[in-house]
Design a protein around this ligand. Structure first.
Ligand code: GAR
Length: 220
C-alpha cells in the first residue's frame, strides 16, 4: 500500500475526494498524514475526523522560506511517504525542496496549464474569453505551476458563467483527475523519467480527460 502525505492550505475538497477514492476497494494508496501551513485550514478537520494524523507548520513562524522548507521536509519525512500530494497548498516551495522529492511530488492547478499559472485562474479565463478551461495535475518543478503534465480535464466556458459557476465546474473535474493520477502512480503506471512523463495506461479518446501521449523509455 503506497503511503501518501497531503499538503493543504484551506478548504480541503481535493483531500476529501482523495479520501473518497482511497475508501474504495482495491485503491492502492492511503493517506498517512495531512500537513497544513495554515492552522485554520478546514481540511485539517476532514483528516482528523477520519483519525488521520495532522500537523500544522505555520509559515509565518519562519523568517526565511528556506527554513520553512527544511522544517516541512522534516515533518513529511517522519511519515515516510512514497508520494507527496499538494492539494490546494498555497506556498511556493524552493528548489532544494522540489529536488528532494523529484518524481514523487505532484500538484493540482485550476487551469489548463501552461495557461493561467498563479492565482485567480477562473477570473482570468473569463476575462480572456477562452471557451475551454479546466484543471491540470502535474509533477512539481521549481517553476510555479509548471512541470510535466500527468492529466488534464477540460470543461466548456459558458456565456452565462461567472467566476463561481466556472470554478465549480472545474472543481468537479479536479475531484476526478487527482485521485486518478494518484491511482496511476500507486499502481506503478506513472513516473518521471528524465523530466518526462511515462504513463502506461490505455488512451480513451471519448473521455473528457485529456491524458498525455504514452511515452515509453527503455531504461524505465
Ligand atoms: C483547488 O482548486 C486547487 O486546484 C487550487 O486550490 C484549490 C484548493 O481547493 N490549487 C492551486 O491554485 C495551486 N496553484 P481545495 O482546498 O478545496 O482542494
Amino acid at each position: 500500500m503506497m503511503r501518501v502525505v497531503v499538503l493543504i492550505s484551506g478548504r480541503g475538497s481535493n483531500l476529501a475526494s482523495l479520501f473518497a477514492a482511497t475508501d474504495r476497494d482495491g485503491f492502492p494508496a492511503r493517506v498517512v498524514a495531512v500537513i497544513s501551513n495554515r492552522p485554520a485550514a478546514q481540511g485539517l478537520a476532514i483528516a482528523a475526523a477520519r483519525g488521520v494524523p495532522t500537523d500544522v507548520l505555520d509559515h509565518r513562524q519562519f523568517a526565511e522560506r528556506g527554513q520553512f522548507d527544511t522544517a516541512l521536509a522534516g515533518v513529511i519525512d517522519g511519515f515516510m511517504p512514497d508520494l507527496i500530494v499538494l492539494a490546494g497548498f498555497m506556498r511556493i516551495l524552493g528548489e532544494g525542496f522540489v529536488r528532494r522529492y523529484e518524481g514523487r511530488l505532484i500538484n493540482i492547478h485550476p487551469s489548463l496549464l501552461p495557461a493561467f499559472p498563479g492565482l485567480h485562474t477562473h477570473r482570468r479565463a473569463l476575462l480572456e474569453g477562452v471557451r475551454i478551461h479546466g484543471c491540470t495535475v502535474h509533477f512539481v518543478t521549481a517553476d510555479l505551476d509548471h512541470g510535466p503534465v500527468i492529466i488534464q480535464a477540460a470543461v466548456p466556458v459558458l456565456d452565462s458563467d461567472d467566476e463561481d459557476t466556472l470554478a465549480a465546474r472545474v472543481l468537479a473535474q479536479e475531484h476526478v483527475v487527482y485521485p486518478q493520477a494518484v491511482r496511476w502512480f500507486a499502481e506503478g503506471r506513472l513516473h518521471l523519467c528524465a523530466g518526462r512523463i511515462v504513463l502506461d495506461v490505455p488512451q480513451d479518446g471519448a473521455s473528457a480527460l485529456i491524458a498525455p501521449q504514452i511515452a515509453r523509455c527503455p531504461p524505465c
